[in-house]
Design a protein around this ligand. Structure first.
Ligand code: HEC
Ligand code: HEC
Ligand code: HEC
Length: 436
């Protein structure tokens, strides 16, 4: 008995020592020093070309979308980001010295963008997509710094406290998350590929952070690298796969991608709505055409779909055919509702017109999830979704859950040969309550 006690004691001591070493080791690993504030007025002068490059990079990175609260001053933070773990508020990144990052040195800014650590040495949450910004060159990151320091108006807005329960409010634990979850290496050129492909990959993987929404996340909220761009749920919407698994009936060419990213729509796929709308309208749209073309080249390579033109034409013909009113009484309530509420606008006869999506080939009707279709029916599309200035009314107040579900079910059954979506009425009700 004594022997056993002795053994257990010894064993516990070993466990304890290992634990202490582990904790101390982790603390050393997680520790990041504070970087001193710069004295007021010590900001270097920036070249106009650098500031201009920073303006483009900040647009491509959608910094303003996440760092501006509705109605608040640009870049002053407090934009609420609900996550599975609680609500995180973005920070004030205006050049205000007290509330913003006015006193941050270029080195402090670079460290935040590359490793997700703030000036004082605190680990930042991955709601800030630094894992993508880490792919950028130092020059591109510092151009954003130059842009913010010179062009953004300082705003004295204090940050709202995050609403995160223990242990998620312990920032040092983020260091462990980084250890297991992210690759923070800058973008590596692929010598097998063209310069244009590499430029596109650099932009897609890095500053424009497409994967933050289009790559599914694991239980600890990290992007799953083995399922890159496989599609994911975002704020009650589906961000479709950008791989060969993309559900669009018609393939995406490089030109389709660049048109979509520039204008917010393509004639043969659909429009950029919901969380994708600001990605285009507050960001990518501002990039020069060559940059968007390069992104198109890389994206088309990711999704590569070998449909022939003749096969694509057959699909378009079949979709147009479906629009024709049937010559007998409309028995199906879904069809009747569709004819009354939607067909007047979604009606193409000989060819598919710009700004008049043909629902037989629209992604929203073909996705695994009905979320996007339901969202668009409930709340329509404003000026800044899809094509600028082209709108669709919402039907939130005109149709009840069951009616919306009937239209959605009707489109799925007649415009696709895919499985029906289950429990549609419940789904409509859930989505309706997301943004009451
Ligand atoms: C998807 C939303 C999102 C986007 C896009 C985004 N940020 Fe942020 N950012 C955040 C959040 C949220 C935080 C706060 C994280 C935290 O508190 O841990 C943050 C923190 C920061 C910080 C640290 C500031 C501080 O005071 O600690 C910097 C610097 C920053 N972001 C710069 C940028 C820049 C530059 C861009 C554009 C290239 C950008 N962010 C784009 C969400 C975003
Ligand atoms: C903030 C989240 C978010 C980011 C960042 C984002 N997307 Fe999206 N994306 C979405 C959502 C949600 C949709 C579905 C919108 C819709 O159908 O109207 C979408 C739709 C798309 C589509 C249409 C796909 C289809 O089959 O219809 C393409 C193409 C696309 N995104 C490409 C990109 C690229 C390229 C990037 C990076 C430059 C990007 N997205 C960044 C959320 C995002
Ligand atoms: C008054 C005209 C009008 C009516 C009525 C209308 N739509 Fe639309 N719809 C549009 C326009 C225009 C667009 C494209 C908007 C853009 O590009 O910004 C659109 C876009 C869409 C999209 C594409 C969304 C995407 O992400 O690609 C879907 C799906 C859609 N409508 C479904 C419907 C359904 C279902 C109804 C009936 C409940 C309906 N619409 C009623 C005009 C209309």
């Amino acid at each position: 008995m004594k022997k056993i006690m002795k053994f257990i004691k010894k064993w516990l001591t070993v466990v304890f020592v290992v634990l202490v070493i582990g904790v101390v080791g982790f603390a050393i690993y997680a520790y990041e020093p504070s970087i001193e504030l710069m004295p007021a007025g010590s900001q270097p002068n920036f070249e106009p070309e650098v500031i201009e490059q920073g303006r483009l990079m900040a647009a491509a990175g959608n910094c303003a979308s996440c760092h501006t609260a509705a109605g608040g001053p640009p870049y002053a933070g407090n934009y609420a980001m609900p996550t599975d773990f609680g609500t995180i508020f973005s920070t004030n990144i205006t050049p205000d010295r007290e509330q913003g990052i006015g006193g941050w040195s270029p080195a402090a800014f670079l460290r935040a963008m590359r490793t997700g650590v703030d000036r004082e040495g605190n680990h930042l949450y991955p709601a800030f997509p630094y894992n993508h910004y880490a792919k950028m060159t130092e020059a591109d990151i510092l151009s954003i710094y130059a842009y913010i320091m010179t062009q953004v108006k300082p705003a004295q807005v204090a940050q709202k406290p995050n609403q995160l329960p223990f242990p998620f409010n312990q920032r040092y634990l983020q260091a462990g998350w980084k250890l297991v979850s992210v690759d923070l290496k800058p973008y590596q050129t692929d010598p097998q590929q063209s310069a244009v492909w590499n430029r596109g990959a650099y932009l897609v993987e890095g500053v424009t952070h497409c994967g933050a929404c289009h790559t599914p996340r694991n239980v600890i909220g990290a992007e799953q690298n083995d399922k890159k761009f496989a599609g994911a749920a975002v704020d009650g919407w589906s961000a479709p796969a950008l791989t060969a698994d993309n559900e669009s009936l018609l393939p995406w060419s490089a030109a389709d991608y660049s048109t979509y990213l520039k204008t917010g729509a393509t004639r043969l796929h659909g429009v950029a709505a919901g969380p994708m709308a600001p990605v285009v309208h507050a960001g990518l749209q501002k990039l020069p055409d060559e940059e968007l073309q390069a992104m198109g080249v890389y994206l088309a390579d990711l999704s590569g779909n070998g449909l022939t033109e003749a096969a694509a034409n057959d699909i378009i013909e079949a979709s147009l055919e479906q629009n024709k009113p049937r010559q007998f009484y409309r028995w199906d309530t879904g069809e009747r509702l569709y004819a009354t509420a939607c067909a007047a606008c979604h009606y193409n006869v000989e060819q598919i017109a710009e700004g008049r999506p043909d629902l037989g080939i629209n992604s929203a009707v073909h996705l695994h999830q009905p979320d996007n279709l339901i969202q668009v029916i409930l709340d329509g599309l404003d000026n800044e979704s899809g094509i600028t200035g082209v709108v669709m009314p919402g039907f939130r107040d005109a149709l009840n859950d069951q009616e919306v579900a009937l239209i959605v079910g009707y489109l799925r059954a007649t415009r696709t040969d895919k499985k029906p979506w289950p429990e549609l009425t419940k789904k409509v009700s859930e989505i309706r309550d997301l943004y009451p």
